[in-house]
Structures are given as C-alpha cells and as structure tokens.
Ligand binder design. Structure first.
Ligand SMILES: *[C@@H]1O[C@H](CO)[C@@H](O)[C@H](O)[C@H]1NC(C)=O
Ligand SMILES: *[C@@H]1O[C@H](CO)[C@@H](O)[C@H](O)[C@H]1NC(C)=O
Ligand SMILES: *[C@@H]1O[C@H](CO)[C@@H](O)[C@H](O)[C@H]1NC(C)=O
Ligand SMILES: *[C@@H]1O[C@H](CO)[C@@H](O)[C@H](O)[C@H]1NC(C)=O
Length: 326
C-alpha cells in the first residue's frame, strides 16, 4: 500500500465520518423541533401522521394558530387533543356497556384534590372537621339515561337534571336527583314548533339565581348534552360570568349539522367558542369521540366522512383549591 493510497483511505474515512456526524446533528435538531408548535404542523401535514401525532399530545401550543385559517383536519386534531396529564385521577362516571359495541353515556370527572367535587368519596386527605359544602351537579340532556346522574349521586352529589324533551314534568328521580322539564338556552324563552313541541328554555344564570336560588354556590360539575344548542349556550355562560361558578364541565359538542349544509366558517366560529373557554382558564383534560357519530356530512359542498360528536371535559383552573398542586 503506497502512501497515496493510505492518504486516500484516510480522506475517505474522514469524509464518511463528517457525513455521519452531520446526519446525527440534523436528526437530533429535527427531534428537538418535534414538539410544541412544530408538532402541530407535523401532525397535520398528512393524515397518516395524524396517528403519529398522539406523541404530541400535551405538548401542542394552540395559541400559535389562527382559528380563521384552520382546515377541517386541523379542527379534528384540535378537538381530539386533550391535556391529559393535567388531571392525574380522571375517571369515567356512568355509562352503559352495549353488547359488542362499546360504552355509551359515561363522562370523565377529575378527582384530583384541587378540583374534585366536594365530599367526593375517597378524597385524600380526608375531609375532617372543616365545614364542607354539598357537591352540586347540573345535568342538561337526560333522555331517560340516568347512569351519570346516579353515579354522581353515589359520589355524594345533589343533582339537578333538566330535559324538556322527555314528556315528564317536574319530579324527584331519587331523593337527591331533582328533575325539571326545561332546557338550557342563552335566554328565557318558550320554544314552539308546528308539531307538539312547546319547550320552556332558560339560561344557566336564570336557573342558578331565580329557579334554584343557588347564589354563592359552586357547581361542581356542569354536564351539557343538548344537541347543538351548546354553541349558543357556551358563549352566554362565559359572558354572564357563570363560568366563574363552575368547577368542572363536560360537554358533548357537535361539529356538524345533521341536516343541510355545513360551512367551514361556521365550524371555525364554534372552535372559537371552545378556544375562548380555554383562554378564559378552562383546562381540557379529556376528549373522546362519540363512536356512534361517524357519518357522511357535507362541508362547503364537499362530502366529509368522520365523527361529528365529541365529549370534551374541562376543569376550571381559576377554581383550583389552594395548597394542592395540579
Ligand atoms: C396542560 O395543563 C397544565 C396544567 O396542569 C398547564 O400548565 C399546561 O400549560 C397545559 N398544557 C397545554 C399545552 O395547554
Ligand atoms: C305525554 O304524556 C302524556 C301523559 O302523561 C300522554 O297523554 C301524551 O300522549 C304524551 N305525549 C307524547 C308526545 O308522548
Ligand atoms: C306553551 O307553554 C306555555 C307555558 O306552559 C304556555 O303559556 C303557552 O300558552 C304554550 N304555548 C302553546 C303554543 O301551546
Ligand atoms: C347544499 O347547498 C347547495 C347550494 O348551496 C344545494 O344545491 C344543496 O342541495 C344543499 N344540500 C343540502 C343537503 O341541503
């Protein structure tokens, strides 16, 4: 082997080493970028990467994104996201197992000491001499399915249940579950149609102040499942100041109208409503799609196949009890 060949070999090994190290640097830089806002971009660049995007959960900063520019894929990524590490003890309450199909009707409740419902059983440290308030639940949309309400009663809560569509008048379902035949809206009104429908509707602040006289109380859990009326109700709950009285909230949201045409702009307006809740201080710790809501819909005259309904659950960080880290 002549000296020239040796030099050539050395040069070649050096070149290989340089390429290798450069490659390593590029790869590590990229994984460095694979978080926060870049995570979002990657998640939405292709649908197949959407699954991959699960790694990103908890690390997405949605403040970087203008709602007016979101695509439908980005909207889905947004609603499917949850800050799941923000509640360590999240449990589903209620629900029925449906033979071979799944579970329906359950709602996540956060039992972390800072935000758990008052007097929740299993509370630690145990509530001792300290005077405590009775746990209070408002539950809108029952449809004769009481499993969540009964589970919350078992947890120690008094439950006010509302549904104008059940053809049942005011009664007590159990000693601690009180039923009212009225619906949740952004104002007090009668909702009448040309069939038999004549529903009494009330706003949350009207129910809380006038109907139930709950001034000063905290609603430990507000459940809302009212078939698209959530989009008129949620902004009013925020603007009326009632959000300050709600410790946890579980809402079934409906992205798409079952009949007629959806526009992307309309859907973006609803996403703005969700973002305004989170900008206010709600922390979303759970998101589940409703497996029975997979359907063909139309958005801006284009067919869209996907889930329409999601169960989103938040706790109100403004009402987190002091002295407990979340
Ligand atoms: C998730 O929730 C925690 C509070 O538990 C908060 O500090 C964090 O900023 C949240 N993350 C995102 C991405 O919203
Ligand atoms: C509602 O209930 C009443 C009896 O309580 C019954 O006469 C009526 O037919 C019911 N209406 C509907 C729409 O089911
Ligand atoms: C609807 O119900 C309200 C209150 O019960 C009643 O005052 C009103 O007359 C009813 N309207 C119709 C159209 O039946
Ligand atoms: C949607 O709107 C278009 C025109 O804007 C109309 O041609 C079509 O029939 C509508 N579809 C439904 C299901 O309403």
């Amino acid at each position: 082997m002549g000296p020239n060949v040796k030099k050539w070999l050395l040069a070649q090994s050096l070149a290989i080493a340089i390429v290798f190290v450069t490659g390593l640097i590029i790869v590590s830089l990229q994984s460095e970028q694979f978080n926060a806002k870049n995570c979002f971009q990657r998640v939405v660049t292709s649908l197949s990467e959407n699954w991959f995007g699960q790694n990103c959960r908890g690390g997405i900063d949605w403040k970087f994104h203008r709602v007016d520019e979101l695509t439908m894929e980005q909207i889905i990524t947004y609603v499917e996201w949850a800050n799941s590490s923000s509640c360590r003890l999240s449990h589903d309450f209620g629900g029925n197992v449906i033979f071979t199909a799944g579970v329906d009707g359950q709602k996540a409740v956060c039992l972390d000491p800072a935000v758990r419902p008052e007097r929740a059983s299993g509370a630690w440290p145990p509530v001792t001499k300290k005077k405590f308030n009775e746990c209070l639940v408002y539950s809108f949309g029952i449809k004769n399915e009481w499993s969540f309400d009964e589970a919350m009663e078992a947890l120690g809560c008094r439950v006010y249940a509302f549904d104008p569509s059940m053809n049942r008048t005011r009664h007590d379902h159990t000693s601690k579950i009180h039923f009212y035949d009225l619906g949740l809206s952004d104002r007090d009104e009668q909702r009448v149609d040309d069939q038999e429908k004549n529903w009494t509707m009330k706003s949350l602040d009207s129910i809380y102040h006038n109907l139930l006289g709950h001034q000063g109380k905290i609603i430990d859990y507000l459940k809302i499942d009212i078939e698209r009326d959530e989009w008129i109700v949620l902004p009013q709950i925020l603007s009326s100041g009632m959000m300050d009285r709600v410790r946890q909230m579980g809402v079934e949201i409906h992205l798409l109208s079952p009949t007629g045409n959806n526009t992307l702009d309309e859907i973006r307006q609803n996403i703005k409503t969700l973002k305004s809740l989170e900008d206010y201080g709600l922390v979303r710790f759970d998101s589940k799609f409703n497996p029975w809501s997979n359907d063909l819909k139309i958005i801006d005259n284009v067919e869209w196949w996907g889930y329409d309904a999601y169960e989103l659950v938040w706790y109100n960080s403004k009402l987190a009890r002091k002295g407990h880290e979340m």
